[in-house]
Ligand binder design. Structure first.
Ligand code: XMP
Length: 505
C-alpha cells in the first residue's frame, strides 16, 4: 500500500498530522528520525512529512535526519521545526525571533499547487520562536506572515511551512495536506480501516493458532472490538473476562455483558467489587488509588485466567499511539501498563495479540461500525480504567462513590435528552470534601459540592469545557440536588486542559 511517513521530532502534533493524512484516505506511519533513511527507500513510500517539535535546530542533540532523504526525489513537507530543519540542512539561516503564537494572518506571494483553493490572505495557526531568516539557495518564498516571517517555501519537491496545517485553527490546512498528497506526491487514496477487518481476523487466527485467547473487556470500544475480532478468528477458543471492580457507572456492567453476548461473545463476569472497595476505603492519594486498582485487577484477572487450562494468548486493544510511544523510547518495554490490564505480574506468561495496533481511535470506531456495533457503543465516551475512583477527590468512601455514580447518570441523561451527549468528549460528575450549606425544606443542612466536568476534545491531550446552554446546566443542577439528598451545590468546571486535566485527580 502506498504511504506517507511522518517523522517524529517530538512535537505534540505528530499524531495529529498522521491522523489528518489518514483521514484523507492515505496510509501514514510515524517514524523516528534515525529510522527515516532506511524507511524512506521503500518503493511504497511516496511522501515524507517532517513534523514540528520543541527543539531548536542549532541546539545540541536536536533531532536530525539523514541528508539522503532530500535526494530520493520523494516529496517532502516540513512543518514548523521540520521547515526550519530543511532550511538549516540545505544552506539557509534559522534565527531566534520574537515568536508567533496562535492565529496569524498569512499572505501568498506565489501561486503553487499546494495552495490551490487558498485565498491570497488566510489565517493560519503558528507556534514558533525560531524562524527561517534566509531560505536555502534555490528556494522560492511562497508566503509570508503578517509579521514578515517566511510562512512557506519551496524548491522542487521539497516544501517547508512555518504554520501548522494539521490543526483545525488553520482553516485551509486540510486542503494544503490534500494538495500535497494528491497533486505533489500523487499518492493513491486506498486507506479504509473498515476494509481491513478480514485481514485482521486472519492475522489473529494465524498468530493464535496454538491455544485459547483471553480478552479482558472493559466496555470500552477498543476492548469490545478486540473481543469481537478474536471471537471471529478463533470462535470458542476466545474467552472474554470482565472484572467488575465496583467502580463502573450505573448499569454499565450489565450493558457490557449484554452487548457482547448479543454479538455472540461469551463473557465471564468476575464480581470482585468488595475486594476493590475494601482496599480503597479511606485512600486519598489518586496515584495510590490507581495503583491499588491496577494491583487488585492483576490478581483477580490472573486468578480467572488460571482457571482456563489452554490459555496461551492475551488479546489487548492497544492502539497506534501507544505503539509509537513505546517504540520511541529505546529499550523500553513495549507492553505498557495499559488501561485495565495495568501491571500484569511477570509470571503471567501469555503471548500478546494486538489486532488494533495500527489504528487510531477514530479508525477503531469505523471498524466498530462496520462490525455492526450499535451507535451508543461506537460513540461511547472514554472511561478511565480505575473508574469512578479517580473522580473522588480526597478519601475514598462508598458514600462519595454513590454520589458520583448517581450524579454522572444525571449528567449523561440530561445531555442525551438535549442531543449533546455524543457531541462532547467526556461528561461526568466529581465529588470532594468541601461542603456547602443548603436549605432543604425549612432546614439548613451541610452537603457535598458536586463539580460537573463536560469537555470537548480530539485526543484528550488538550480539552476545552463545553459551552452548554444554561437550561441544560440548570436541569443538571436541579436534578442532582433534588435526587441526591447529600448534595447542596453543583458547580461547572470551566478550565481548559492545559492547565487543568480532564479528570480531577
Ligand atoms: P487527564 O485527566 O489526564 O485524562 O486529562 C486524559 C484522558 O485519560 C483518561 N484517564 C485515564 N484512563 N486510566 C485510564 O485508563 C487512568 O488512570 C486514567 N486517568 C485519566 C481520562 O478519562 C481522559 O480521557
Amino acid at each position: 500500500m502506498e504511504k506517507a511517513l511522518v517523522v517524529n521530532f517530538g512535537g505534540q502534533y505528530v499524531h495529529l498530522i498522521t491522523r489528518r493524512v489518514r483521514e484523507r484516505g492515505v496510509y501514514a506511519e510515524v517514524v523516528q528520525p534515525e529510522d527515516v533513511e532506511a524507511a524512506a527507500e521503500a518503493p511504497d513510500v511516496k511522501a515524507i512529512i517532517l513534523s514540528g517539535g520543541p527543539s531548536s535546530v542549532y541546539q545540541e542533540g536536536a533531532p536530525d535526519v539523514s541528508d539522503k532523504i532530500f535526494h530520493l526525489g520523494k516529496p517532502i513537507l516540513g512543518i514548523c521545526y521540520g521547515h526550519q530543519l530543511i532550511a538549516r540542512k540545505l544552506g539557509g539561516v534559522v534565527m531566534r525571533g520574537k515568536g508567533e503564537y496562535g492565529r496569524t494572518l498569512m499572505r501568498l506571494l506565489e501561486r503553487d499547487p499546494v495552495f490551490d483553493g487558498w485565498n491570497a490572505e488566510e489565517v493560519v495557526w503558528m507556534s514558533h520562536g525560531d524562524y527561517v531568516k534566509e531560505p536555502p539557495p534555490g528556494f522560492v518564498v511562497l508566503a509570508v506572515s503578517e509579521n514578515g516571517y517566511i510562512a512557506a517555501m519551496r524548491k522542487g519537491h521539497i516544501y517547508g511551512v512555518q504554520f501548522h496545517p494539521e490543526v483545525s485553527h488553520t482553516a485551509k490546512g486540510g486542503l494544503l495536506l490534500e494538495n500535497f498528497l494528491r497533486k505533489v506526491a500523487r499518492i493513491a487514496s486506498t486507506w479504509r480501516p473498515e476494509e481491513q477487518i478480514r485481514r485482521l481476523v486472519e492475522d489473529v487466527r494465524r498468530k493464535a493458532a496454538g491455544g485459547d485467547v483471553i480478552v479482558g473487556v472493559s466496555g470500552g470500544i477498543d476492548s469490545t472490538v478486540t473481543a469481537l475480532l478474536v471471537h471471529m478468528a478463533v470462535g470458542e477458543r476466545a474467552h472474554a473476562i470482565f472484572v467488575d471492580h465496583g467502580l463502573f457507572r450505573e448499569g454499565e456492567p450489565q450493558q457490557v455483558v449484554s452487548l457482547l453476548t448479543s454479538l455472540g461473545v461469551k463473557v465471564q463476569v468476575v464480581d470482585a467489587r468488595e475486594r476493590f472497595l475494601k482496599r480503597l476505603e479511606g485512600v486519598s492519594d489518586c496515584e495510590e488509588k490507581r495503583r491499588i486498582v491496577g494491583e487488585i485487577f492483576a490478581e483477580v484477572f490472573a486468578e480467572a485466567v488460571s482457571k482456563i487450562p489452554n490459555a496461551k494468548y492475551l488479546a489487548q486493544g492497544t492502539l497506534y499511539p501507544d505503539v509509537v510511544e513505546s517504540g520511541a523510547v529505546k529499550g523500553a518495554d513495549r507492553i505498557k501498563s495499559h488501561h485495565n490490564v495495568g501491571g500484569l505480574p511477570p509470571w503471567f506468561k501469555l503471548e500478546l495479540v494486538e489486532p488494533l495496533r495500527e489504528f487510531y481511535k477514530d479508525e477503531v470506531r469505523r471498524i466498530a461500525k462496520a462490525l455492526g456495533l450499535p451507535e451508543e457503543a461506537v460513540h461511547r465516551h472514554p472511561f478511565p480504567g480505575p473508574g469512578l475512583a479517580v473522580r473522588i477527590i480526597g478519601p475514598f468512601t462508598r458514600e462519595k462513590l454513590e454520589i458520583v455514580r448517581k450524579a454522572t447518570k444525571i449528567v449523561e441523561e440530561e445531555l442525551e435528552r438535549a442531543g449533546l451527549l455524543r457531541k462532547v468528549w467526556q461528561a461526568f460528575a466529581t465529588v470532594g470534601d468541601d461542603k456547602w450549606v443548603g436549605v432543604k425544606g425549612d432546614k439548613r443542612s451541610v452537603g457535598y459540592i458536586v463539580a460537573v466536568r463536560i469537555v470537548e476534545s480530539e485526543d484528550a491531550m488538550t480539552a476545552d469545557w463545553a459551552r452548554l446552554p444554561y437550561e441544560v446546566l440548570e436541569r443538571i443542577s436541579a436534578r442532582i440536588t433534588s435526587e441526591i439528598p447529600q448534595v447542596t451545590m453543583v458547580t461547572y468546571a470551566i478550565t481548559t486542559k492545559p492547565p487543568s486535566t480532564i479528570e480531577p485527580c
